[in-house]
Design a protein around this ligand. Structure first.
Ligand SMILES: Cc1cc2nc3c(=O)[nH]c(=O)nc-3n(C[C@H](O)[C@H](O)[C@H](O)COP(=O)(O)O)c2cc1C
Length: 181
């Protein structure tokens, strides 16, 4: 199955993505050590958002909405997340929301937003940008949305820290055989 995936997916380049999809899948890691004050260019952020928007969604509902956070707003939000102190060095984040006014099925829409975030971070990797998916924000979603002045219909699902950084450690994975049930 893995071989089939490699043959089908890795043949050729993605239209405007500089690296192969398989490389991005294998190279991506959660970065928690970013170079301070180095911004991801706007055109690269646009690519991340475009990739995110290409995710599948139930009934093509596209429940995701985005806001790019920079500078002070990043620091304000970071200060609200006690388990992610390392965010102090981060200068940009992408906040991903669910549009609750257009929910088709909460479980399926949640899965779609997961796919959307994954597309975003793979596109980041393919463009030499490091990222970290921050789930802790869901514990404080109402407070964060209020501070950001986000309408109540949008529910904060994830923050994605983006920037240029390096890997501190390699997260281990379970053996494939141990995943089979
Ligand atoms: C839904 C979700 C929530 C996460 N929340 C956090 C978080 O709040 N802080 C953090 O540092 N990493 C967070 N992560 C990243 C995971 O810790 C990371 O993916 C996992 O340890 C595997 O490491 P890797 O991404 O480097 O392969 C989250 C990942 C997911 C998918």
């Amino acid at each position: 199955m893995i071989t089939v995936c490699k043959v089908v997916v890795c043949r050729g380049r993605l239209s405007d993505t500089p690296e192969l999809l398989c490389s991005a899948i294998h190279d991506r890691y959660s970065c928690r050590l970013f170079v301070p004050n180095r911004n991801v260019p706007g055109e690269v952020i646009a690519k991340l958002l475009t990739a995110a928007s290409k995710a599948p969604s139930g009934k093509n509902g596209q429940p995701w909405r985005f806001r790019v956070l920079a500078d002070e707003s990043v620091q304000t939000v970071a200060a609200m997340l006690p388990n992610n102190k390392w965010l102090q060095n981060v200068v940009q984040m992408i906040a991903v929301f669910m549009d609750t006014a257009n929910v088709y099925d909460i479980e399926k829409d949640t899965m779609a937003i997961g796919a959307c975030v994954e597309n975003m971070i793979l596109e980041a990797t393919a463009n030499g940008v490091q990222s970290c998916w921050i789930g802790e924000c869901s514990n404080y979603k109402d407070e964060i949305c209020e501070i950001l002045g986000v309408e109540k219909r949008y529910s904060l699902m994830a923050l994605v820290a983006i920037g240029y950084g390096k890997k501190l450690s390699q997260a281990k994975r379970l053996d494939i055989n141990d995943l089979m049930i």
